[in-house]
Design a binder for this molecule. Structure first.
Ligand code: ATP
Ligand code: MG
Length: 425
């Protein structure tokens, strides 16, 4: 057994392989996961590329990235078909012979056999291993991954499907990479904010920047505007994880002190999870009457596991007659104020409560566009009402963007209004 001189790793590159990733049809998310995993042990990603299923392009990309990094992770293109070229191209660039490893062929054969199928001969390509490479088992698929050390650097090949790649990447990080890292892990926190623009968040927390920069463990902050919310990302490099974690917790508390109730999540939870938690804590039940959101609010609420504890029902009352028939909204009220109005939203929310012994009702009605706007009520106008027992709130909001964006922002605003009402009680 030869002793390999262990070199430490600081910089990584990622190449996502697949022609579909160069089309608008598919998004490369694997590189985000890989980056998160590498950052967590202190390896920085300094370059990432997306390359189609093209031998020449891929060979060029591998050479150029490998010249700049200690760790190169390739994902995708390990499949059995002719257009899956990663294995062969990587072996070619590194000057390694490919040989079939019969125990892998056997394992693939038995995977097929378990499903009552025989292995197509082309799958033998997935058993080809470059000389000197270590095989990374794939518990969720046929293509094993590969770990190839070369001149003190390492090239890692992983399959494209995320549910195959993710456990394999975790295993690589936990076993082969940990302990060979020069950098320090990066710890992160995510704070989610509503009710303020990106620049208002920035203005409010600006005094903290200097404090964070000069602290015992410097903290970096990034503000990202997302649909219906602002995200504040904090990160710290930690040679001492406990101290860094404590510093980040303190920074989160400082932000919360400045932004108050506008902060709705500091632990990664979504708005629907936060609202669901508030309802579950009180053993309350909610009914939702939706017009322009078309069921989105109810859908988001029911995205959360355990939501059956507090979601009673949702009604999509899109037409005026549905509002009247299902929720008892009077036609005269609609004629007087228009279907998109706070009185109608409120009547919808009350209609929900009248139908069942639910104690929380939401009513939302608006103009998602692109048609239907008037000078008085332009596209994006949404009336939202929340009723909790005998407490009532309503507001009219104006959202920007296209149809689906208006719908999402309306759902976010309605859930947020409910959240604020509950925490203020
Ligand atoms: P196999 O063909 O055996 O499934 P593979 O390694 O060849 O494995 P690909 O064919 O490249 O994998 O990709 C399979 C699927 O995995 C793609 O259709 C896509 O849905 C998903 N996928 C591939 N690369 C990525 C990526 N970078 N980010 C997110 N999803 C990806
Ligand atoms: Mg492919």
């Amino acid at each position: 057994v030869g002793v390999v001189t262990a070199r430490t790793f600081g910089a990584a590159g990622i190449i996502a392989v697949g022609s579909e990733l160069l089309t608008p049809a598919r998004r490369d998310t694997n590189s985000l996961f890989i980056t998160e995993q590498l950052n967590a042990i202190g390896i920085d990603v300094v370059v990432k590329l997306i390359i189609g299923d093209d031998r020449a392009e891929l060979a060029h990309a591998i050479k150029s990235v490998l010249a700049r990094v200690d760790v190169l992770v390739l994902c995708g293109g390990l499949g059995p078909t002719e257009d899956d070229v990663t294995r062969e191209v990587a072996a070619g660039v590194l000057g390694r012979e490919l040989r079939e490893q019969t125990d892998i062929t056997g394992a693939i054969r038995s995977r097929f056999a378990e499903r009552g199928m025989s292995m197509p001969e082309i799958n033998r390509r997935q058993a080809m291993v470059p000389d000197g490479a270590a095989v990374l088992p794939n518990p969720n698929g046929t293509a094993p991954g590969l770990w190839i050390e070369t001149d003190g650097r390492v090239v890692v090949l992983l399959p494209g499907p995320p549910r195959e790649l993710e456990p394999m990447m975790r295993a690589v990080v936990a076993t082969r990479l940990t302990g060979r890292v020069t950098g320090q892990p990066i710890l992160r926190r995510l704070i989610r904010v509503t009710g303020r623009s990106e620049s208002h968040v920035e203005d409010a927390i600006r005094p903290l920047y200097a404090v964070w920069r000069d602290g015992e463990v410097p903290i970096a902050a990034t503000i990202l505007a997302a649909l219906g919310q602002i995200e504040l990302h904090l990160s710290a490099r930690a040679h001492d994880g406990v101290t860094a974690s404590a510093m980040l917790d303190r920074a989160v508390a400082q932000v919360c002190a400045l932004l108050g109730e506008d902060v709705y999540s500091t632990d990664g939870r979504t708005m629907e999870e936060v609202v669901g938690g508030l309802l579950a804590d009180r053993a309350w039940h909610i009914g939702v009457a939706e017009s322009c959101t078309g069921g989105l609010i109810t859908s988001r609420l029911t995205d959360v596991t355990g939501s059956s504890r507090y979601v009673d029902y949702g009604i999509i009352s899109y037409s005026n007659s549905a509002k009247t028939e299902l929720l008892d909204v009077s036609p005269a009220l609609i004629a007087e104020h228009g279907a998109v109005s706070e009185p109608v939203a409120l009547a919808m929310a009350k209609g929900v409560l009248a139908r069942s012994p639910t104690n929380v009702g939401i009513g939302v009605t608006g103009i998602a566009g692109p048609g239907g706007g008037t000078p008085d009520k332009p596209v994006g106008t949404v009336a939202i009402a929340v009723v909790i027992g005998d407490r009532i709130r309503s507001r009219t909001a104006r959202f920007m963007g296209e149809r689906t964006q208006v719908k999402f922002q309306a759902s976010q605003a309605a859930l947020d209004m409910l959240r604020r009402m509950i925490v203020a009680l």
